[in-house]
Design a protein around this ligand. Structure first.
Ligand SMILES: C[S@@+](CC[C@H](N)C(=O)[O-])C[C@H]1O[C@@H](n2cnc3c(N)ncnc32)[C@H](O)[C@@H]1O
Length: 353
């Protein structure tokens, strides 16, 4: 026996011999041949990790489902494209909000320095030509067309519309009287017997008259257009021979915001309304149910009034109460900023029944 040869045998572990593979055995092939090395290779023993001890209280808190591992690997499940879209949208919205806030604070700063008179009604003489275009979009967005229609459809008999502006209510009047049922289901005469439209601004009335003539080329009922103050209108000034000294219906939409003394004007309108069963129909805008909206309205009111001739922060409910007219119906929309009233002269219900 050669002793020298025996001594040269390195004291290293040898990889296990690859088992013989044939078609029937599916044992995995070693991925790479092991390089021959003269250096001894240390064998690392795999550490056996003891199973984690679960606190008894936490045991069975999550139901074990066969898909638990798969679900965890999926993560949040939002596709990257959707995430990018959400990110860009969030950035755009926050930039826009920042821009709005900056414009708002700039406008508030400007508004506070303005010295705007209480009577801004003359602004309509210059804005008449663009009035319809200016309000069209916001009125559509707020569904005001339908609200105007629902109000004006109630007009009957001899009708006066004050602060008629450019005649945005004209398409909704039912011209000519007919027998029908009123809102309470009682037999009544509906429709308008005559219509009178007045506005302080001659430019506004001229546009309303032109619209009316296009809508009704042939006279259906007597129609009068006048530039005059709603707080001083007298039926006798307008009435032709044989016509009454009171109106059966007085209509006003978005007018209380524009006049210097809305309470006095409402009182006057009560005095020209038929005491037996006449109605005053209002659709107005003003203060909201919410303080945060009112703060915005208050902060921007002087600038808005100066530009558009309208004090949009008025408390319409307070004006109506102060006028002393009787409230038949009250409704509010758009965070409380749009107000609808059906009013009658005080104490007239008894004389009607
Ligand atoms: C905001 S606009 C509303 C116009 C129209 N009623 C509407 O709903 O579109 C207000 C209108 O009230 C008119 N106005 C202001 N003060 C008035 C007054 N004392 N008498 C009559 N009209 C007045 C203005 O000339 C203007 O046309």
């Amino acid at each position: 026996m050669n002793v020298h040869k025996l001594r040269r045998v390195p004291l290293v572990a040898k990889w296990p011999v690859t088992p013989y593979r044939n078609a029937s055995t599916k044992a995995p092939r070693p991925s790479k041949p092991i390089p021959k090395s003269s250096k001894p290779v240390a064998i690392k023993r795999r550490q056996t990790i003891p199973p984690r001890q679960t606190h008894p209280a936490r045991q069975n808190t999550q139901p074990e489902t066969p898909n638990a591992e798969t679900t965890a690997k999926k993560g949040h499940g939002i596709p990257p494209r959707a995430l990018t879209f959400l990110g860009i949208s969030a950035l755009t919205i926050s930039t826009y909000c920042g821009y709005l806030y900056a414009s708002y604070t700039r406008e508030v700063g400007k508004a506070q320095t303005l010295n705007v008179p209480r009577d801004v009604s003359d602004r309509y003489n210059t804005t008449a030509a663009t009035f319809d275009a200016d309000v069209e979009l916001s009125e559509k967005a707020m569904g005001l067309g339908k609200k105007r229609q629902d109000l004006v459809r109630q007009a009957r008999g001899h009708v006066l519309e004050v602060s008629c502006g450019t005649g945005r209510n004209l398409p909704y009047y039912e011209l000519g009287e007919r027998r029908g049922m009123d809102a309470d289901g009682r037999a009544a005469v509906l429709g308008c017997r005559s219509v009178t439209f007045i506005d302080l601004s001659p430019q506004m009335v001229a546009i309303a008259k032109e619209k009316f003539e296009k809508l009704h080329p042939a006279a259906v009922v007597p129609a009068v257009f006048r530039a005059c103050d709603a707080g001083a209108v007298e039926p006798a000034d307008i009435a032709r021979s044989g016509e009454p000294v009171h109106f059966d219906t007085v209509v006003q939409t978005m007018g209380l915001c524009s006049m210097p003394d809305p309470v006095a004007t409402l009182r006057h309108l009560g005095s020209v309304t038929e005491p037996g069963g006449g109605r005053i129909l209002l659709l107005e805008h003003g203060r909201s149910h919410y303080d945060w909206v009112n703060r915005i309205l208050d902060n921007l009111a002087p600038a808005h009034a100066d530009r558009h001739g309208c004090w949009w922060n008025r408390d319409i409910g307070e004006i109506v109460r102060e006028s002393g007219l009787e409230i038949v119906e009250e409704k509010r929309w758009h965070l409380g900023t749009t107000w609808r009233y059906v009013l009658r002269p005080k104490g007239t219900e008894k004389s009607q029944s």
